[in-house]
Design a protein around this ligand. Structure first.
Ligand SMILES: [Zn+2]
Length: 136
């Protein structure tokens, strides 16, 4: 059992590979084998052509901040220790826009266009969550 108090993903058969990779600290992106679409978040069907012929590719884990906001107060109790929280949209090199938190970063230093890289936090024995931090 875990004492982790924040929400955890409900792993579905079609997202299992994403979370298995995250457990190994690897970011993967779902792809469509019929139309080559890159898909995020994981789904059962391609959102472009409705194919169920889906696969996975390794992502570089690198991207840049498209937009962000900083929260300094007013969050639910389990998140209070995380304040200030930087919520961001990150554009990955692979063409995926991912909503995430920016970690290991002073809110005064965050900016649109900032280069970031994925980092993983092992929050339970089963779940590792991807976040992003300033690229080194
Ligand atoms: Zn497709």
């Amino acid at each position: 059992m875990s004492d982790y108090k924040k929400p955890l993903p409900k792993i579905q058969p079609y997202s299992q590979a994403f979370w298995d990779a995250a457990k190994s600290h690897q970011l993967v992106i779902q792809t469509c084998s019929d139309c080559d679409a890159r898909i995020f978040f994981p789904r059962q069907q391609c959102p472009k052509c409705w194919s169920e012929n889906l696969d996975w590719m390794k992502a570089s884990g690198k991207g840049e901040i498209y937009a962000f906001s900083v929260t300094y107060e007013g969050v639910e109790q389990p998140f209070a220790d995380d304040l200030p929280i930087i919520l961001a949209w990150v554009d990955l090199e692979e063409g995926i826009r991912m909503q995430t938190n920016i970690v290991d970063c002073d809110p005064d230093d965050v900016s649109i266009g900032m280069q970031v890289e994925v980092t993983f936090q092992d929050v339970t024995d089963e779940i590792s969550l991807p976040f992003f931090r300033p690229a080194k």
